[in-house]
Write a protein that binds this ligand. Sequence first.
Ligand SMILES: *Cc1c(COP(=O)(O)O)cnc(C)c1O
Length: 264
Amino acid sequence: MRSWVEVSLGQIRANYRAVRKVVGSEDEVMAVVKADAYRHGAPEVSRALEAEGATWLAVSNVEEGVYLRRQGVRARILVMADFLPEERAGLEEFDLTPVIHSLDDLPAARVPYHLKIDSGMGRLGTRASAEEIARAVQAVPANLEGLMTHFASSGNYESRQTDDQLVHFEGVLSGLRAAGLTPHYIHASGTIPVAYGRKAAWWNLVRPGHAIYGYVSPARGSAPRRQLAVKPALSWKATVLAVKDVEAGSLIGYGGIHRATRPM
Ligand SMILES: *Cc1c(COP(=O)(O)O)cnc(C)c1O
C-alpha cells in the first residue's frame, strides 16, 4: 500500500478517559462524533466509547444518528444541529434526542429535547427571553431535558465574548428556574473550556469533540495552564519510495528548501 491512515481506538479511549478525569465523575461527558467522528470512523469510535462507559454521544444531523443506530450504537444520541421537517419521524423511530433552536418548533416536539440558546454566537439557537421561553415550554407536553449554548471564542482569552455569553446564558437559566423549569442537563462547553479549566462553563455536561481525537486548539492571550493531556489517535503513513545518501551541505528539493547539516 502506498499511503494509509491508522486510527488507534485504544488512544480514543485513553483520550476519553483523560477528559473524564479532568471533568470528574459528577458531570456527564458527551463525546461529539459528528462528521463521521471527525473522519475517524463514527461507528468504530462510538462503540469504543461505549465500551469505555459513554452514555451520551452527539452528532450534527438525523442521518448521522440513524447511521449509528443501524450500526448498533445504543448510547443516547443528541442531534445538535437543526433537523428538516421530513426528518422528524426518524428522530422518534431511532430514539434520537433533538436540539430545538426556535420556539416556533416547540409545538411539534414529541420526545425529550434539548433547547439551544443563542447566547451571542449568532448562529443556531433562540434569542427569546426567559419569560417567552418558559411560556412556550410549558405549553407543550414534551420534556425539556437539557438547556445548552455554544461559544464563539472560547479559546480567545483576549476577548470578553465568552464571559458575555455566560452572563446571557445564566440569565436565561435562572429565569427558567424562577418559572419552575429545571432541565436535567445544562451544557455549553466543547474541548477548549474543558482543556483550559473554565469550570464556570461546564455545568453538568460537557461536549468535547477534537479532544477525543487527541487535539486541543491553542489558546490566544493569557490562558490558564492546560489541564488536559490527549494524544492524536490518527497516524498517516506511507511506504518509503526511495532512500539515498547525500553529503553535508547538499540542497534538497524545490528552492533548496533543506540543506543537509551533515552527511545524511
Ligand atoms: C462540534 C461541536 C462541539 C465539539 O467541539 P470541539 O471544539 O471539537 O470540542 C460541541 N458542541 C457543538 C454544538 C458542536 O457543534
